[in-house]
Design a binder for this molecule. Structure first.
Ligand code: C2E
Ligand code: CA
Ligand code: CA
Ligand code: CA
Length: 277
């Protein structure tokens, strides 16, 4: 770098140092976050479209940073994956949200059949202990397979290998639900439905947000529902933030929804009031 004029030397090299220094700092603070308990699971209720009963929750992680406040997952999940910390954090998330669901079931806030949905990133599939740790946490929380769903994106399935398939089959054998997240935004979705033991399709928010006005989105929603019926899958609509959208889904017999209309993701302590209101 230093042969090519002083601009390159002066700016390029120091910038690189700065970038890797920042990474290192952020990496260190993520380790610290895990050890000091700065991660917190938030919960977004999922409701049945037909009678508006809370049937489960999606667990969504947050980082309570001591100086920066609450940080959204998009800002640190990729980094957790990169530095190899997603596996221990993922196991911690699953354990925490299962124990939480048990507490809410025991408090009769939700039924015995309530479902906790956990996001699982592609990297976690390579964590050989993941399935076993999920099973152990389910035992600790006295939950059965019907109480648990893992949410995966098509990116996880694109690494089309036998390992992914075997892992999904093992979850399926444990009666754990498998939801295909952000459905329709990736590609080859249909072959995924055929190849893997998917039990739930989550229609991406981008197709939901303009209902009932966007005719193409209506067509997409109708096709997903028809597909789901043929494959005997449940459909969850995400990002439902108005009565009109919910009404539109009701007319179409969509099963489950989540979104700001009922509730944003909330800290566990705020869930009981939200449900009893
Ligand atoms: P996702 O799985 O698609 O989660 C849905 C996102 O939509 C959440 O953002 C949620 O807060 C947001 N959302 C829900 N309802 C509405 C609505 O009505 N309107 C709008 N505008 N947004 C809504 P969040 O919590 O920031 O999570 C972002 C992404 O980060 C998630 O997308 C997921 O891919 C990832 N993520 C979150 N928690 C975890 C985790 O525990 N593990 C892993 N591996 N990934 C996670
Ligand atoms: Ca999700
Ligand atoms: Ca999603
Ligand atoms: Ca997403």
């Amino acid at each position: 770098a230093k042969a090519e004029g002083r601009n390159n030397f002066q700016y390029y090299t120091p910038d690189l140092d700065l970038v890797s220094k920042r990474r290192l700092e952020l990496g260190n603070s993520l380790h610290r976050a895990l050890n000091l308990g700065e991660f917190e699971v938030y919960y977004q209720p999922q409701l049945s479209v037909s009678d508006n009963v809370v049937v489960g929750f999606e667990a969504l992680i947050r980082w309570n940073h001591p100086e920066k406040g609450l940080i959204a997952p998009d800002e640190f999940i990729p980094l957790l994956e990169e530095i190899g910390l997603i596996a221990p954090v993922g196991r911690w998330i699953a354990h925490s949200c299962f124990m939480q669901l048990r507490e809410w079931i025991d408090a009769k806030l939700v039924s015995e059949d309530a479902v906790m949905s956990v996001n699982v990133s592609p990297r976690q599939f390579r964590d050989s202990q993941f399935l076993q740790s999920v099973k152990n946490s389910m035992v600790s929380a006295r939950l059965s397979g019907k109480n648990v769903t893992i949410e995966i994106t098509e990116t996880a399935l694109l690494q089309d290998n036998l390992e992914v398939k075997a892992t999904l089959e093992a979850f399926h054998e444990a009666n754990i639900g498998i939801a295909l997240d952000d459905f329709g935004t990736g590609y080859a979705s249909l072959s995924h439905l055929k190849k893997y033991p998917i039990s739930v399709i989550k229609i991406d928010r981008s197709f939901i947000k303009d209902l009932p006005y966007d005719e193409e989105d209506i067509a997409i929603t109708d096709s997903v529902l028809a597909l789901a019926e043929a494959f005997k899958l449940k459909v969850v609509a995400e990002g439902v933030d108005s009565d009109e959208i919910l009404e539109c889904l009701k007319e179409r017999d969509c099963h489950t929804y989540q979104g700001y209309l009922f509730s944003k993701p909330l800290a566990a302590k705020d869930i009981p009031d939200k449900i009893k209101q």
